[in-house]
Design a protein around this ligand. Structure first.
Ligand SMILES: [Zn+2]
Length: 353
């Protein structure tokens, strides 16, 4: 027994000194094992060689069995490890794919240095999908600033074409775009300004039959339309989809905006404006007029609210309405509250946040 183990040790030691590979040394020891077993089978009981190598073959068979078990166990472990390494490599490969290239990192540098936004906030903007209803007065600055700020996917729905009389305030469109669908004119300007965002134009009117499916694709919706029918439709679809709605409105020299978000405990649009006003009390921009930069003021504030909501920065205007009177240079913020009997959001449970 001791003799054989000694021989094993000598084989291993000499092999390693001579630089023989592990497999060759293991083969030598395997051959030794087989010859010892053969000796036990071939030689009669009591033969001195048998006595010197452990007397009975049973012990050697047990040792052999153990070795086989250890080899099977180790190869199983090695296979598991290879599989784990492969999936880890895949994960690392996907992590290595940078979200921003060098141009984008440089472009968004003024965001990245903001404590409330930083790299994580910019990442959230890039991963966000935002739907903008209307590419008119409010839609123009909203779309321009969302694209410039690096909001990754921006949908815009509008069935209008660019008209000469729009250009006094709808600064996303150009003289040469007159007659062109607004969504395509807007898309061209946005992508020209920031090629690192995706713009999805929908040249059609928002109707009830497409609203649910369309809204389900987005994290946030901004409404800058000027008719109450669409406003109520947008509000209902946003409540159903459970996404916040940033809504702005304009009249002559005055504008207002708020974040409607019943899922977060804030009112919805209908909580505040239960029924549309009589048409003579709410004339359109075409009838009443609107000062050119006013949509820029309110639309830019809507874009700010969007960035805050998407990146969890600051306190969005939930349950608050900002009213800006351009003629007197005054602004004020009023509280707006949820109505338990609201026909649109009355049944929505606010999420604890
Ligand atoms: Zn409501």
């Amino acid at each position: 027994m001791v003799l054989v183990l000694g021989l094993c040790a000598v084989l291993w030691g000499v092999g390693s000194l001579m630089g023989a590979p592990r497999s060759a040394r293991l083969t030598m020891i395997g051959l030794l094992y087989i010859s010892v077993l053969a000796l036990h089978v071939a030689l009669p009981n009591g033969h001195p060689l048998r006595m010197a190598t452990g007397e009975s073959p049973a012990l050697w068979l047990i040792i052999g069995g153990f070795v086989v078990l250890i080899v099977i166990y180790r190869s199983g472990l090695a296979k598991l490890r290879t599989r784990a390494d492969a999936s880890e490599t895949r994960i690392r490969a996907s992590e290595k794919q940078p979200l921003f290239n060098d141009t984008e990192l440089n472009r968004y540098a003024r965001h990245m240095v903001l404590r409330e936004l930083g790299g994580p906030g910019q990442k959230k903007l890039k991963e966000a999908r935002v739907l903008v209803i209307g590419a008119g007065g409010l839609g123009a600055p909203v779309l321009q600033y969302l694209a410039a700020a690096g909001v990754g996917t921006i949908g815009v729905i509008d069935d209008d074409t660019v008209e000469n009389a729009n250009l006094q305030r709808q600064v996303i469109h150009r003289d040469k775009s007159i007659g062109m669908p607004k969504v395509f004119s807007a898309q061209a300007e946005m992508v020209a300004q920031n090629p690192y965002v995706v713009v999805r134009p929908y040249h059609r009117r928002l109707t009830e039959d497409i609203a649910a499916e369309l809204f389900a694709d987005y994290d946030l919706v901004l409404d800058g339309t000027d008719n109450f029918e669409t406003r109520y439709l947008v509000n209902a679809a946003a409540v159903t989809a459970g996404i916040p709605l940033i809504s702005g409105a304009l009249s002559q020299w005055e504008g207002q905006l708020s974040v409607f978000d019943p899922a977060a405990g804030a009112p919805c649009y209908r909580c505040v404006f239960d029924s549309p006003p009589a048409p003579e009390l709410a004339p359109s921009c075409a009838e009443a007029g609107v000062v050119g930069p006013l949509p820029g003021v309110i639309g830019a504030m809507m874009a700010v609210e969007a960035i805050k909501l998407l990146s969890d920065a600051g306190t969005p205007l939930r349950g608050q309405m900002v009213i800006y009177d351009a003629l007197y240079g005054e602004s004020r913020t009023i509280a707006v509250t949820r109505r338990a009997d609201c026909p649109t959001c009355g049944s929505i449970e606010a999420k604890a946040s």
